[in-house]
Design a protein around this ligand. Structure first.
Ligand code: TXA
Ligand code: MG
Length: 333
């Protein structure tokens, strides 16, 4: 246990080379907590079959324990040992894994512990599109639970520095592979029923899924209804991804003391008085905007502004996931 003792104040941070990957796998197999790079965001990883490790992970995040975790595996073969895939789920897996997509399917009994599934009969599974993540998963040889590596409700981390800002001294290891390329979490699809449902828009655009299915995705109900949908997607709490200061959406002007989160080079009226101004993508590229979203929110949060004004952002493609995260950041706390 000495390797996992937390007497020291700082969490070890290792480069994601062969030695770092081997050490991450060793710590995970021993029941430790590792911040793991994925293509979407950094995940806080633990052995999903070990209830003690999962309990420690919930505590580190300050996460409500009714909120189930995603089981990460290195390939579809490993996924089939964790969940039951119907024909449609298998087609989605074969087309979009590895990648920023999570499938909720009926759980295989005993593969992922009850605590990681929050007692649900289903399990969320993902094969990440990041070589380092898959190398660690292959070395561990067990499903790995990994929510975003931030304190519950905070902005998700896309760099090791973001992880350490929330969890330094609380977790055992950070595996450093630089910034995440996608920048928003995976798209979550519920494949437990007859029709596929979109539970969370994310890094895989809706249109790509609909092209494979050959019809529109069933829509996740919006607003109040979505919150009452708690048993279906318990993690979809209204307030989430939240900076410390208030967030104001669709801003067409800037109020005194506000910082501006821009897009496409548009400067709303009064921008010259803004405390700070960051553009998600000056050229109006939604993929670049998604990759910058959480890092920019963090920087504006630290700018000393009393609020963050967000300009209107298109909602097609990755814009749907961006709009979802910003709506949660702006939701009443
Ligand atoms: O991109 C991602 O998905 C990242 C990286 C680290 O892989 N992970 C991530 O995990 O975003 P987390 O824990 O922040 O979000 C998991 C979501 C939660 O909203 C949770 O409620 C939902 O998945 N979920 C997990 N199991 C579920 C289940 N059986 N049924 C419905 N929703 C489930
Ligand atoms: Mg999260």
């Amino acid at each position: 246990m000495s390797a996992l003792a937390k007497d020291e104040r700082n969490t070890l941070c290792l480069p994601a080379d062969a030695a770092g990957i081997a050490e991450a796998a060793r710590v995970l197999a021993a029941g430790g907590l590792v911040a793991l790079p994925t293509e979407t965001v950094y995940g806080l990883a633990c052995d999903a079959s070990n209830p003690r490790a999962v309990a420690r992970l919930y505590a580190a995040k300050g996460r409500p324990s009714f909120n189930p975790l995603i089981a990460h595996v290195p390939d579809f073969e490993a996924a089939k040992r964790v969940g039951h895939f119907n024909g449609t789920a298998a087609r989605l897996a074969e087309r979009f894994w590895p990648g920023p997509m999570t499938l909720v399917v009926p759980a295989v009994e005993g593969a992922v512990c009850d605590l990681a599934r929050a007692g649900l009969p289903s399990v969320a599974i993902r094969v990440p599109g990041h070589d380092v993540a898959r190398a660690v998963l292959a070395a561990v040889g067990r499903p790995v639970a990994a929510p975003s590596a931030n304190r519950s409700g905070h902005v998700s981390p896309t760099t090791p520095a973001h992880v350490l800002a929330d969890l330094d001294g609380i977790i055992d290891l950070v595996l450093d592979a630089g910034p995440c390329m996608v920048g928003v979490e995976s798209t979550i699809l519920d494949c437990t029923g007859e029709e596929v449902r979109l539970l969370r828009p994310g890094g895989l655009p809706r249109a790509a899924v609909e092209a494979l299915l050959g019809h529109p995705l069933m829509r996740r109900p919006a607003g109040r209804q979505a919150r009452e949908e708690a048993p279906l997607a318990p993690g979809m709490l209204a307030s989430h991804y939240a900076p410390a200061v208030p967030v104001r959406l669709n801003a067409v002007s800037v109020a005194p003391g506000e910082a501006v989160l821009g897009f496409g080079g548009v400067r709303p009226a009064g921008s010259e008085h803004a405390v700070a101004w960051l553009d998600l993508s000056p050229s109006g590229d939604l993929i670049e905007a998604a990759a910058n979203l959480f890092a920019h929110l963090r920087r504006l949060d630290e700018s000393g502004a009393r609020a963050i004004a967000v300009v209107p952002i298109p909602t097609e493609g990755l814009g749907e996931a961006i709009a979802d995260r910003l709506a949660r950041a702006a939701a009443p706390r």
